[in-house]
Design a binder for this molecule. Structure first.
Ligand code: AMP
Ligand code: MN
Ligand code: MN
Ligand code: MN
Length: 297
């Protein structure tokens, strides 16, 4: 069956509107699709409304799930930890307050970035997307104003932790600790699922994944309440699919499958993951929908 539990829309850094994604799920014969924008639930209302008006009562309609992708403090020895909240209530007060704090942390970081550029004599004025001003917006502005050849060059020169000291304007933003993020996802009625474990540690890109280290840390996270692992991920190698699936089974974590679709911003990633029914049944059992299928009667 065709599912996708990791999808970005124009509410973060994707290029398809939430309504268009709901329509694609319907036309493409998806069993389930979760909208998981970065650090916000702003696209969910449109996503749900489209599902409800387009196909809510139909037999074979896809289950639409409200989700979010949170950037978490990665923990000692790790580099990048993204946590999916699947089946959250976007109106939950604890979740809304949490997302507000994340946004404030981003804004405080941006003020430090502006000061760094000012010291270089560059008065940056990037265009935010809605309320969100992220590093790609800076990169786009720098490239457009002749301070870099292109977006990649702008990142390399100014916006990365290892940019050259003379031009580095990078600043860290606040990342919530994992226990708090898991707690908030649970408070909002969702499942906490670790996204793309292959990116957890930067050096794994060279060495391959250290499954023993990943397993030890995942066991601790499960104790903290982690519900699942995105075992099938579009960018995984076949071996990574097999090993992360094995790891999730061994630890008793729910298994998820996601593409990390971003529309034409990442044209190499297609929407949808083909999965076996036995693989995805436990997640479908636990992960609530907000429109479509027969899941919210
Ligand atoms: P921010 O949340 O403002 O720190 O920005 C993070 C975003 O920057 C990520 O989602 C990526 O899309 C983008 N990004 C990070 N590193 C790079 C890079 N080396 N080249 C291009 N884009 C990057
Ligand atoms: Mn993204
Ligand atoms: Mn991610
Ligand atoms: Mn993502």
């Amino acid at each position: 069956m065709l599912v996708d539990f990791h999808v970005h829309s124009t509410a973060s850094d994707g290029t398809m509107a939430p309504s268009a994604l709901a329509e694609r799920a319907r036309r493409g014969g998806f069993a389930a699709l979760a909208l998981t924008d970065h650090d916000n639930c702003d696209g969910i209302a449109e996503f749900v409304k489209t599902g409800q008006t387009l196909f809510d009562k139909t037999e074979d309609a896809p289950r639409l799930t409200a989700g979010v992708e949170l950037s978490i403090e990665p923990g000692t020895g790790f580099d990048k930890f993204h946590l999916l909240g699947l089946g959250v209530d976007p109106e939950n007060a604890a979740l809304k307050a949490f997302l507000r704090r994340v946004l404030e942390g981003r804004n405080a970081r941006n003020r430090r970035i502006h000061a760094n550029f000012a010291r270089l004599g560059i008065e940056v004025a990037p265009e935010p997307h809605g309320e969100v001003l992220a590093r790609p917006h800076y990169a786009k502005w720098l490239a457009a104003h002749g301070y870099a050849r292109d977006i990649k060059d702008a990142f390399d020169k100014y916006l990365l932790p290892d940019s050259p000291a003379a031009t580095r304007c990078y600043e860290e933003r606040w990342h919530p600790p994992e226990a708090e993020a898991i707690g908030v996802i649970h408070a909002a009625g969702g499942l906490a699922v670790m996204a793309h474990p292959r990116y957890w540690k930067r050096e794994w890109r060279m060495t391959g994944v250290d499954y023993a280290a990943a397993g030890r840390r995942l066991a601790e996270l499960k104790e903290m309440g982690l519900d699942g692992l995105e075992a099938l991920y579009a960018a995984n190698t076949p071996e990574e699919d097999v090993e992360f699936t094995r790891l999730a089974d061994r630890l008793g974590l729910l298994k998820s499958a996601g593409s990390d679709f971003h529309g034409t911003n990442k044209p190499e990633i297609a929407l949808g993951m083909e999965v076996g029914e036995a693989f995805i049944a436990p997640l479908l059992e636990r992960c609530v929908g907000v429109a479509g299928e027969k899941n919210h009667a």
